[in-house]
Write a protein that binds this ligand. Structure first.
Ligand code: HEM
Ligand code: HEM
Length: 236
């Protein structure tokens, strides 16, 4: 008999769908460039804030959001490959993809913060390093976009494989938080979201984004801000 189990807490679901929006936005504005580069910085910063939030939530979030409960250890992977894994949250192979996605996004924002486009846009931490190093990081930034594209393609393909071949709907639980599971797995349903823990994670993520923008994110909301910053730094 199957019963409904609450698996994904609402901050994790909100994180996921905002991340999809921010990544699509950052990708599109990065590719279009030109007058959309300021928006690239904004979407990129949203990705940064979301990933920082997720990293904290991985330690203090509710049961199935915690890394320790789905970390793909060798024994979990082996059990999953043998068909002996019976869990509730991300399966061990899915967990590998989750960590690969988060690591790639962290690398993308990390390099983006120091990158420049040789015209009028640079990341908010560009002023900390010299132009040659920034150029190298810009190259890595652009190349790591391809890694992200491959991972997202595998991610979406895996989910549609589950949907259409294994007839397991993973998308609805990512929207509602609830999964239909055998009764034996029911005790491991997620504990309630701690509001204080959520506020703490959110504040820390916002603080990181705020700090990388020098405590003044608004300066990048004005047109030609990139040009002014480049001039202020004495770089062309
Ligand atoms: C705070 C975060 C980010 C900042 C400050 C940033 C900054 C930059 C800069 C300065 C460039 C121009 C590089 C060049 O032309 O050499 C660029 C390009 C680009 N970035 Fe970002 N980025 C960030 C996050 C991201 C994220 C999360 C993505 C993921 C989709 C992304 C995707 C791209 C793409 C697709 C390009 C254009 C690559 C091309 O020309 O083919 N960026 N970014
Ligand atoms: C830019 C594209 C995407 C990115 C970067 C992304 C990223 C992620 C990440 C990081 C997770 C792990 C959630 C967590 O524990 O933090 C995840 C899970 C998930 N994503 Fe996405 N995602 C993307 C697009 C999509 C799309 C388009 C769909 C729906 C078709 C989707 C459906 C899901 C589902 C169902 C899960 C849970 C999988 C499971 O049950 O183990 N994602 N995604």
């Amino acid at each position: 008999m199957k019963i409904e189990v609450h698996v994904w807490d609402w901050p994790l679901r909100l994180f996921h769908w905002l991340l999809v929006l921010a990544v699509v936005g950052a990708y599109a504005t990065g590719k279009v460039g030109g007058e959309w580069t300021d928006w690239h910085g904004r979407f990129g910063s949203l990705v940064l804030g979301l990933v920082i939030f997720r990293l904290i939530w991985g330690f203090i979030g509710s049961t199935h959001a915690r890394f320790i409960n789905f970390f793909p250890t060798f024994s979990r992977l082996l059990a999953h490959l043998k068909g002996d894994w019976h869990g509730v949250g991300h399966n061990p192979v899915g967990a590998l993809a989750v960590f690969a996605l988060l690591a790639t996004l962290l690398f993308l924002v990390g390099t983006g913060l120091f990158a420049n486009d040789d015209i009028a846009f640079e990341g908010p931490l560009y002023y900390l390093i010299d132009k040659d190093f920034s150029d190298k990081l810009s190259g890595l930034h652009i190349r790591s976009v391809n890694v992200l594209l491959v991972l997202v393609a595998v991610h979406v393909a895996a989910i549609s494989f589950y949907q259409h071949v294994k007839k397991t709907d993973l998308i609805k639980p990512m929207l509602t938080g609830k999964k239909q599971l055998p009764k034996s797995l029911a005790p491991s349903s997620a504990q309630p979201v701690g509001v204080l823990r959520f506020v703490f994670s959110l504040l820390l993520a916002v603080t990181v984004v705020w700090s990388v923008w020098g405590g003044d994110p608004l300066k990048y909301l004005t047109p030609l801000a990139g040009v002014q910053t480049a001039q202020a730094n004495g770089k062309s």
